[in-house]
Design a protein around this ligand. Sequence first.
Ligand code: ATP
Ligand code: MG
Length: 319
Amino acid sequence: MNTIPTLLTIGELLVEFVSREKGCGLERVTAFDGPFPSGAPAIFLDQAARMGAPTRMIGAVGRDGFGRNLKARLEADGVDTRHIGESETLTTGTAFVSYYDDGTRTFIFHLAGTAADASRFDEAMLPKGEIVLHVSASSLGSAPLRRAIMQATESVLARGGRLSLDPNARPELMRDRESREALENLLARSHFLMPSVSDLDFLFPGLSTEAAIDRLLAMQAEIVAVKKGAEGALLVDRGERHLYAPHAVEEVDPTGAGDGFCGTLMALLLQGRPLEEAGRMANAAGAIAVTRRGPMEGNSTPQEICAFLNAESEKDRKT
Ligand code: ATP
Ligand code: MG
């Protein structure tokens, strides 16, 4: 009998191409590296699997090289991919990204009209035992994914499961009413909430981070993790509060740091690790992620995170 809850995600699976040169803005002809496996829920789950959590992903790819690339990576890291469908007619989703010198980026996503539209949920896809359904709000902009996620939410909650949510509240996504409503619905029912500072600004305009956290704790949230990018992270539950200073790292590619942070945190909490330790590991996982090129390439193992933290405390001892 498996006593660790299974982390289940439903969401987009896509491959990403990263321009080799900065500042080309996806306008000029230039060289790209890729296909890198990507998609916020997939990055999250891959990292959680690396951290030892039982995981299962529901979604769809095309019957093509990009789809095989994604499934192979997830399987190699221990994710249960049996419910990742393969569309015969639609191709795998793609994204192109290019950075500027100041760290900002331009994205072009191709998700609508790709295999993501073939994503379906069915009760029979639920794993046995306790379940935590993780949703990245980036998935809610796709009507087929949103439908599957909301169906799964009802099934998982009816079975006594819990929800975790990365609000990833991108204003460009939330222009449509259905996505915003789905986000509000999940926000009010999630046990684990992992917003970034910009998500809190979007959700609670004008409120301080502290006041926003209080609002979230007044809902269903038991644990709120606030991701603060290059300023570290803050973890709060109804009794504890932990602030994590950022690690000084060179930011090469920040995409996926938030997902790696959340995957690390959830995997450790579900394995019964204390909040302080889970947050410390997640803060390190996020810092490691930004130093590597490619969204999922930033994911790390428990051994890598421990080695990183040991090296950091060695640096502190010497200064
Ligand atoms: P995204 O949605 O773009 O994936 P996010 O906004 O959800 O990202 P971030 O806050 O960017 O998430 O990153 C998650 C965590 O990773 C941070 O809370 C922090 O712990 C770590 N981190 C991110 N960027 C840096 C950095 N430049 N230096 C050190 N740590 C970082
Ligand atoms: Mg985010």
